[in-house]
Ligand binder design. Structure first.
Ligand code: PLP
Length: 479
């Protein structure tokens, strides 16, 4: 394909995406395929000779569309949102087109430097403590990671390296293995599995602690666990706290947890993958109260800030720890900074290479402006509140967690079986898509406002379906 054909195909592809997104509401959110469907549709081996791109375009509708889940359909209410906006898509085209890899400052100065500024822009929008910002401190700063999981893992590995280093300094005979055996990390039962996985990958013990009646991990619970572990000779070193849990969007009590981490020399990482974005609205900023105690904090603009996947914003209080934990001096990568300190992001992340992801963040922030991004969050929260009011108006249902942001967790009053049947019928009907959840043996349905296109009519449409399926469940129960 030469540049001329690329121009033609590029326009064709942009049209394809624009048409797809403009008409997405007419598709059912879930595909109707069975595992293995795709293998039947394409050859078993790569073509020997290059094909005409017309064949490739034709296969999008024949091969891909039948198996595609339409995450941006206004009838998609599962998991949490995945952002997708035209300015972000343009940023990704540019990033791919420029194709410049930014593992060190020198390998692509624009990539590192735009990222520094974007992380500060976003940090200021979130009113983060100044120690997280490049422009206001010498110690802290931010990075774009590919995921919240990677951020939680990097934080844990960094905390682990630091605690091993300190212990070995005072006890030179202690081996790394002996320290590892004693390290304990903590998280709440309602946290995302990425915290437990980080501990598994990091080869440390993790204690999954109970939440209170509101789904929050409380200070007293952590303090008790830490005391128990210390009494056994173990070494508490990391807390993975969560703001906006995946199960039901609850919030750990950072103000209580923070001082306990400080007093016990524990690293506090805050996973705010979904809910963190809401804190650009002053009325939701209270959710982050206590963040001043955190050593690291991450949220996903690819969930709720109009930036398409992947883009996770992570800030650390002490970038020396981050850069120093896994520092390898590799001759080919040395460069001169003329005395200006610039991070080499290869040290802050697991992969070596990195894409120019700050471009899409820049395009999004400039296209929407802070007020535009706030407006989409407020729209989603108000739609969730609308759905909540519909649920509350039907006495057969109950709300199972306070609706703070764009997620409504609800169930039919009564046993789990009834609710499992309700979920099954909604799934079989196929006009909307939701994912159920379970906390403390209580099964419930989650209704998330996901697509930017979702409007009040879509919420009413979904509620009509839920009610119709509930009528069937109740009729079945009454025999
Ligand atoms: N943390 C929370 C609270 C989440 O809801 C999710 C995903 O939904 C994650 C972490 C994982 O995010 P990522 O895919 O960026 O690793």
């Amino acid at each position: 394909m030469d540049a001329e054909e690329f121009r033609t195909r590029g326009r064709q592809m942009v049209d394809y995406v624009a048409d797809y997104l403009e008409t997405i509401g007419s598709r059912r959110p879930l595909p109707d395929v069975t595992p293995g469907y795709l293998r039947e549709l394409i050859p078993n081996t790569a073509p020997d000779k290059g094909e005409n791109f017309n064949n490739v375009m034709a296969d999008l509708d024949r091969v891909i569309m039948p198996g595609l889940t339409h995450w941006h359909s206004p009838q998609f209410h599962a998991y949490f949102p995945a952002s997708n906006s035209f300015p972000a898509l343009l940023g990704d085209i540019l990033s791919g087109g420029l194709g410049a890899i930014g593992f060190t400052w020198a390998s692509n100065p624009a990539c590192t430097e735009l990222e520094l500024v974007m992380m500060d822009w976003l940090g200021k929008m979130l009113q983060l403590p100044s120690h997280f910002l490049y422009s206001e401190s010498v110690t802290g700063g931010g990075i774009i990671q590919s995921s919240s999981s990677e951020s939680a893992l990097m934080a844990l590995l960094c905390a682990r390296t630091e605690v091993i280093r300190k212990l070995q300094k005072h006890n030179p005979d202690m081996s790394k293995g002996q320290v590892l055996d004693k390290l304990v990390a903590y998280t709440s039962i309602e946290s995302h599995s990425c915290i437990e996985r980080a501990a598994m990958i990091g080869l440390v013990t993790i204690r999954v602690l109970p939440s209170d009646d509101h789904g929050a991990l409380r200070g007293a619970t952590l303090e008790k666990a830490v005391k128990e572990d210390k009494a056994k000779g173990n070494i508490p070193f990391y807390l993975g706290a969560c703001i906006g849990t995946t199960t039901r969007c609850t919030f750990d009590n950072l103000k209580e947890l923070g001082p306990i981490c400080t007093d016990n020399n524990m690293w506090m990482h805050i996973d705010a993958a979904y809910a963190g974005s809401a804190c650009i609205c002053p009325e939701f900023r209270y959710i982050l109260d206590g963040i001043e105690h955190a050593d690291s904090f991450a949220l996903n603009p690819h969930k709720w800030l109009q930036v398409n996947h992947d883009c996770t914003a992570m800030w650390v209080k002490d970038k020396d720890l981050m850069e120093g934990a896994f520092h390898i001096d590799y001759y080919i990568l040395r460069h001169v900074n003329n005395g200006v300190r610039m991070p080499d992001f290869r040290h802050w992340q697991i992969p070596f290479g990195r894409r120019f992801r700050s471009l899409k963040l820049w395009f999004v922030m400039r296209s929407f402006g802070v007020s535009g991004l706030q407006a989409t969050i407020r729209k989603d929260v108000s739609l969730a509140k609308h759905f909540e009011s519909l649920v509350r108006a039907d006495s057969r249902f109950e709300i199972v967690a306070e609706v703070v942001l764009g997620l409504v967790c609800f169930r039919l009053k009564g046993d789990n079986n009834k609710n499992e049947r309700l979920n099954q019928l909604i799934k079989e009907d196929g006009r909307i898509h939701m994912t159920p959840s379970k906390v403390k043996d209580m099964y419930f349905l989650r209704f998330a406002i996901c697509a930017t296109r979702t409007q009040e009519a879509d919420v009413n449409f979904a509620w009509d379906i839920v009610q119709a399926m509930a009528n069937k469940v109740i009729a079945m129960s009454n025999g």
